[in-house]
Design a protein around this ligand. Structure first.
Ligand code: MN
Length: 277
């Protein structure tokens, strides 16, 4: 199932070029920070997804072109992201990273307030002569509270997958600041439930800037696998339903400038098309 959020946070099922409004499958359509319906949907997906499927059969389709897609996640408690998780990206960063530790695999947090939709316009912040780079990534959405889990069971905690562009100010200083400006986490175009992603370690990632192909790789080259990352992270911080986990970016990162159009593609999932101003 392909779940999206559109217009005024309506809940939709995407099939082909159509979206079906299934908001009525929810107990409540509250979008406040304290009790967002989306987080409950993730936590209670085993009962809510069948209700969505049922309602979908009665819902009227709308063309996708007639709606505005939002990020297919809402109020996650955190966005966790992997750093240095593709060998070719680690190699390309080595000459420009003064601190060797930054080349080691690690996890960091990106502020949830950086979330943006899959067709958003991102205004570059004033960062002097520093570059802002694109990083295309496969993102995992958590479906079950995970604390101190084992790698062997970790995939049971995954609700689904989506795409994420991890916009990043290059240079020294803490990642959480350099990657958390408003709009620095475009996500989408929808969440594909894990039953429709046969092998998340065989997903093609592509990213173009103004039609120039900058990044092209497969998640088969992840240095640390998705279950290993989730198990590791769950021993540091409890992963909660609705949390987003960005799995890292391959080589080819580079600067974006005002007026650039950034298109990211995550194989089997969909495309993000972001305008930079
Ligand atoms: Mn990244």
């Amino acid at each position: 199932m392909r779940l999206c959020l559109f217009d005024d946070y309506r809940l939709g099922v995407v099939e082909g070029d159509a979206v079906y409004d299934v908001t009525g499958a929810l107990d409540a359509h509250d979008t406040g920070f304290a009790t967002p319906f989306w987080v409950r949907l993730c936590r209670e997906h085993e009962t809510v997804l069948p209700r969505i499927e049922k309602l979908r059969t009665r819902a009227e389709p709308k063309p996708l072109t007639a709606v505005t897609l939002r990020a297919p996640v809402l109020n996650p408690s955190k966005i966790v992201a992997a750093a240095s998780n593709y060998g070719d990206h680690v190699q390309e960063m080595a000459p420009r990273v003064p601190d060797g530790w930054m080349l080691d695999f690690d996890i960091f947090l990106k502020a949830p307030s950086a979330l943006a939709g899959p067709s958003s316009t991102v205004a570059l912040p004033p960062v002097g002569d520093r570059e802002v780079h694109h990083e295309i990534e496969l993102a995992v959405v958590i479906g079950k509270e995970a604390a101190h889990i084992d790698e062997a069971e970790a995939m049971d905690y995954v609700l689904g997958y989506t795409g994420l562009i991890d916009l990043t100010v290059r240079g020294s200083g803490d990642r959480s600041r350099r990657k958390s400006y408003n709009g620095f986490a475009p996500v989408g175009p929808w969440l594909v439930t894990s039953d429709e992603v046969p092998n998340p370690h065989d997903v093609d990632l592509r990213l173009w800037v103004n039609e120039e192909l900058r990044q092209a790789a497969s998640t088969s080259h992840l240095l640390v696998s998705i279950p290993a990352m989730l198990a590791h992270t769950s021993r540091i911080m409890t992963l909660l339903p609705g949390d987003v986990f960005a799995t890292g970016t391959p080589a080819g990162v580079g600067p974006v400038k005002p007026a650039d159009r950034v298109v990211g593609e995550v194989g089997g999932i969909g495309r993000l098309e972001v305008n930079i101003t």
